[in-house]
Design a protein around this ligand. Sequence first.
Ligand SMILES: O=c1ccn([C@H]2C[C@H](O)[C@@H](CO)O2)c(=O)[nH]1
Ligand SMILES: [Zn+2]
Length: 137
Amino acid sequence: MDRKALIEQAFAARENAYTPYSHFKVGAALLGKSGRVYTGCNVENAGYTPTNCAERTALFKAVSEGEREFEAIAIVGSMEGEKNKLVTGPCGVCRQALYEFGGDDLIVLMAKSPEDYVERTLGELLPFGFGPANLEK
Ligand SMILES: O=c1ccn([C@H]2C[C@H](O)[C@@H](CO)O2)c(=O)[nH]1
Ligand SMILES: [Zn+2]
């Protein structure tokens, strides 16, 4: 897997972030087991709560196109016109949404630049995650 290329795709997706309220722009690039990459950005809303994070935009694009197994996701976020001071970790809702399909092994790349990133597994970010296995009889 080319981590640098995946992070670069997340930066490109961030360009489309629609953020008139927070001005915090996020991009994500989700690598499916098929090899395809699905990108996403955050899409805000005047009603605030309908806002969708970049990670879920990418995930829902992927699932809606038939991909259900994933290897990695790259995430980049920073205020409009600013360099990343902190890495952007996925919010709790996105961790849960990703857990449904990625399980513990999904690789999460939280990047300040293509060369400067923190890597964790989803299992590290969401220990004892609740997922489909919990609902098996
Ligand atoms: O991991 C994250 C964290 C935040 N946001 C978005 C939601 C909202 O539009 C803005 C500020 O919370 O950033 C994401 O897309 N992903
Ligand atoms: Zn989120």
